[in-house]
Design a protein around this ligand. Structure first.
Ligand code: IMP
Ligand code: MG
Length: 227
């Protein structure tokens, strides 16, 4: 029997026994299993669920260049003591583009956190560090580079943690600010764009871990997106 047919039958079979969310999880596992056996994952094309392009690539890159220039001016006297910290994974494309416009010497570090206690598209105040920094940030000028600030809980917890390590300064650079959704008070020293309360993807922001590579920020039509 062709693999696609086997996979399709398996997917439909498991659907009988699981709730919708469990089904989606098990279905994705089955697809991964079949990758090794040459079963091709058929990704949904983003154009199927793109409601609108919120920020096009040229507008994005122009703003990133401006932010880089502003940061370069503000940190001109830090004498190599600037550390950019990117929160994995969403901030990566932004960090990579931004750092190429920062003309003052700086180092990079990464941390990963996961938030728990809420649904997949919301966060709570409960964040856990899953990968900590390699760098001792004591007396360093730290700039946190984030993709998006939504409720603000994630960045608030990260700031609280990093403050205890006594950096020389601690600031936030966020590409997107979903200001309407804010629940925690957080300072955003450098902000790319304030956006409306819509679920967005692309340029680092994912839909179930995919589509981070797209060069623009799009709004997802959740009715049409089929994970
Ligand atoms: P917060 O703790 O509510 O501020 O959530 C911040 C994190 O939620 C971000 O770093 C993103 O990973 C994720 N997030 C929030 N809004 C969106 C969105 O519209 N698209 C994709 N990810 C989002
Ligand atoms: Mg993020």
């Amino acid at each position: 029997m062709p693999r696609q047919v086997t996979c399709w039958l398996a997917e439909n079979f498991i659907h009988e026994f699981f709730t919708n969310n469990e089904y989606k999880l098990v279905r994705s596992r089955i697809r991964v299993l079949f990758v090794d056996g040459n079963y091709q994952i058929k990704m949904q094309n983003y154009t199927d669920f793109l409601a609108e392009t919120l920020i096009d690539p040229v507008t994005l890159q122009n703003r990133v260049r401006e932010l880089g220039a502003e940061i370069s001016r503000d940190y001109a006297d830090t004498d190599g003591n600037l550390l950019l910290i990117c929160i994995l994974r969403g901030g990566v494309p932004f960090l990579v583009d931004l750092m190429r416009h920062i003309t003052v010497p700086h180092a990079l570090d990464f941390m990963a956190i996961s938030s728990y206690g809420a649904g997949a598209r919301e966060s709570t105040g409960n964040v856990r560090v899953t990968m900590d920094l390699m760098t001792n940030i004591h007396d360093k000028h730290v700039l946190l580079v984030e993709d998006i600030i939504d409720s603000g809980h994630t960045i608030a917890s990260v700031l609280e943690l990093l403050e205890t390590r006594q950096p020389a300064s601690l600031k936030v650079c966020a590409l997107l600010d979903k200001a309407e959704r804010r629940e925690a008070v957080v300072p955003i020293h450098y902000c790319g764009f304030v956006i409306p309360n819509k679920f967005v993807f692309g340029y680092g922001l994912d839909l179930d871990e995919y589509y981070r590579n797209l060069p623009f920020i799009g709004v997802v039509d959740l009715e049409k997106y089929k994970p």
